[in-house]
Design a protein around this ligand. Sequence first.
Ligand code: TUI
Length: 312
Amino acid sequence: MKTEVTELLGIKYPIIQGGMAWVADYHLAAAVSEAGGLGIIGAGGAPASWVQEQIREARKLTDKPFGVNIMLMNPEADQIAQVIVEEGVKVVTTGAGSPEKYMKMWKEAGVRVIPVIASVALAKRMERCGADAVVAEGTESGGHIGETTTMALVPQVVDAVNIPVIAAGGIADGRGIAAAFMLGAKAVQMGTHFVVVKESIVHQNYKNHIIKAKDIDTRVTGRSTGHPVRVIRNKMTKEYLKLEQEGATLEELERFTLGGLRKAVVEGDTDNGSIMAGQIAGLVKEEYTCKELIEHLVAQTEELMKGTKLYE
Ligand code: TUI
């Protein structure tokens, strides 16, 4: 399954694992890369020293390329950007902001830079400042999201830029991957399905919520604060959304979500924590290893794309 993105990144399959905070540690990233995709270590809100250690641990498990995701609201983003260069990481993805100020440093170090964006305007800005590709992430995604759906966003971004576009949001099987190719994407990024693979260190309670979720079970918290975040509905979202509707202040609302992802992922507190997941959670039913999942995805995609011009 050779595409511009597999060539750019030196990977076998055009499947990238999302750099999910607290979830995407070196175990997951190395397993995905070993299986032929691109594994990504999610820096989330972690300190730079943690990121450095994770990179070194991943290297012990795989000699294949892997990446690091910087969540740009991280207070140590500057130091993490530096660690990526020092440790010789080949690929960086960014989220929740614009990575413009790091671009020169990364390009000089030969790092492939792939910003995650949720609009055409930002995709164009990223292309202008030297991005190698963009991930166009639809609002179906888990976590911090934009407004536009994957179906509408991907073809508009594809038409607006000359760099390869990677589709994300609402993709968890071969049907979604084939659909992404039809929209003009050259690869996909998936998060939710990778949360439940065998190598994922996420608490079993969290995995169970994803496996049990139905199509309509996600909620978006924080629309009023300007930081919309998609999570699986639970006791916390019920209380949060009620308060939000009543016009609670930012401080009152933040009390609910502060440390919420850690609570759910690490402690398994799925009543009070933030169970970030995408709308496709309802389709994620089985538990595979990374290798099994990726092989399954590739077989399903190839079957669907037989006879199309897009598949060589
Ligand atoms: O970043 C994500 N998804 C995330 S980050 C995250 S950690 C977090 N935890 C609690 C609250 C908030 C975040 C969980 N999930 N996806 C990539 C993404 N980035 N989607 C949309 C964007 C984005 C949004 C605004 C990128 C840039 C932007 O504005 C840039 C600018 O400066 O105009």
